[in-house]
Design a protein around this ligand. Structure first.
Ligand code: NAD
Ligand code: IPM
Ligand code: MN
Length: 352
């Protein structure tokens, strides 16, 4: 029997609850599809930071490198500054394992109503390809003249030719397997160094894909288009920050953050990839048992697909759709009164 070795990092807040449900569903899928998942759980979190002064041990990355996949809950909780917790765990993992694509599929699932009136699932089918290793997320810069009237902060962005090219190329390859359309998020009217460079590389890569329809759109206008004309979008490629913002918007137009999965993918496959929901630790509902586990379950399905268990991944997907369509177990974010655990169990039980 094939065994996949998985590191689970539940993290903080609702990350812990939704990861437990994803494991429940994935274990059942493994059982039914004849493979094994061997889990190792790590308690890396803000709670650990408060106890020990670090989010993960010094050899954390080395320990993760031995796994076939990583399932992450969410990182960040009040009490530890967000930039400390996120730069102490999530961001270093993405970078150490060259998970340079953050793949964020966007779908309107059965039984879920879009806040965009009258939109069908066909019109709301997209995927965001977010650059995940550089760009606006940078530790370069600093604060100056503390306490003086002229106090200021500088935050540098880093865009490398290699970094932009590889994620753009990934988007074009993906478009070739989908609709044949790519839209690049830019802002070269306001950002005069990084975005013209991004656009130039996008155009160079596009020239190698004459059969793919490519366009670029300023990210502000793209946000409006995602709401008013989502049917004109399929593959959307964007920088780290633009992709981040657009992916929460895309989640919202398809029913909310509780439904949106994501994969931090290392395309060459020489390091483990990491799967997580798009959402965070949701401190406002943490500990209440009402977080929607679907995003994390679907992230688990993306992990199964990545591990070569496509049939099991599709079965998890179908089980999610069946349970959402039936609606009796859905959580308050979807207008129901279900709990995290009951929805997870219903999905596991629906696996065929
Ligand atoms: P958030 O995604 O945690 O929450 C935003 C809103 O969406 C909240 O009202 C929350 O209750 C709701 N929500 C999110 N997930 C939900 C779910 N599964 N079911 C029902 N409702 C859900 O974003 P935030 O409040 O900006 O961030 C909270 C913390 O999480 C911060 O520390 C932030 O840095 C961190 N964060 C971590 C990750 C990650 O680890 N990948 C991602 C985003 C945010
Ligand atoms: C995400 C999150 C993270 C990001 C934060 C918590 C650093 O918002 O995964 O979307 O911006 O990458
Ligand atoms: Mn985000």
């Amino acid at each position: 029997m094939k065994i996949h070795r998985i590191a689970s990092i539940p993290g903080d807040g609702i990350g812990v609850d939704v990861t437990a449900e994803a494991r429940k569903v994935l274990d059942r899928a493994a059982e039914r599809h004849g493979f094994g998942l061997e889990w190792t759980e790590f308690d890396w979190s803000c709670e650990r930071y408060t106890r020990t002064g670090s989010m993960m041990p010094p050899d954390g990355i080395e320990r993760l490198s031995a796994f076939d996949g990583i399932l992450l809950g969410a990182v960040g909780f009040p009490g530890v500054p967000d930039h400390v917790s996120l730069w102490g765990l999530l961001i270093p993992v993405r970078r150490a394992f060259a998970q340079y694509v953050n793949l964020r599929p966007v779908r309107l699932l059965p039984g879920v109503e879009s806040p965009l009136a009258g939109r069908t699932a066909e019109e709301l089918e997209m995927v965001i390809v977010r650059e995940n290793s550089e760009g606006e997320y940078s530790a370069i810069g600093g604060r100056h003249n503390a306490g003086q009237p002229g106090e200021f902060a500088i935050q540098e962005s880093v865009f490398t030719r290699v970094g932009v090219e590889r994620v753009v190329r990934f988007a074009f390859e993906l478009a070739g397997e989908r609709s044949g359309r790519v839209c690049s998020a830019t802002k070269s009217n306001g950002l005069i160094h990084s975005m013209p460079f991004w656009d130039e590389i996008f155009a160079e890569v596009a020239a190698g894909y004459p059969d793919i329809y490519s366009e670029q759109c300023h990210v502000d206008a793209l946000a409006a288009r995602m709401v008013q004309h989502p049917e004109r979008l399929d593959v959307v490629v964007g920088s780290n920050l633009f992709g981040d913002v657009l992916s929460d918007l895309a989640a919202a137009v398809t029913g909310g953050l509780g439904l949106a999965p994501s994969g931090n993918v290392n395309p060459p496959g020489d390091h483990p990839s990491m799967f997580e929901a798009v959402h965070g630790s949701a401190p406002d509902i943490a500990g209440k048992g009402i977080a929607n586990p679907v995003a994390q379950v679907l992230a688990g399905a993306m992990m199964l697909e990545h591990l070569g268990e496509a049939e099991a991944a599709r079965a998890v997907d179908r089980a999610v759709s069946d349970v959402l369509a039936e609606r009796s177990a859905v959580t308050p974010d979807l207008g129901g009164s279900g709990t995290t655990a009951a929805l997870g169990s219903a999905i596991a039980a629906a696996l065929r």
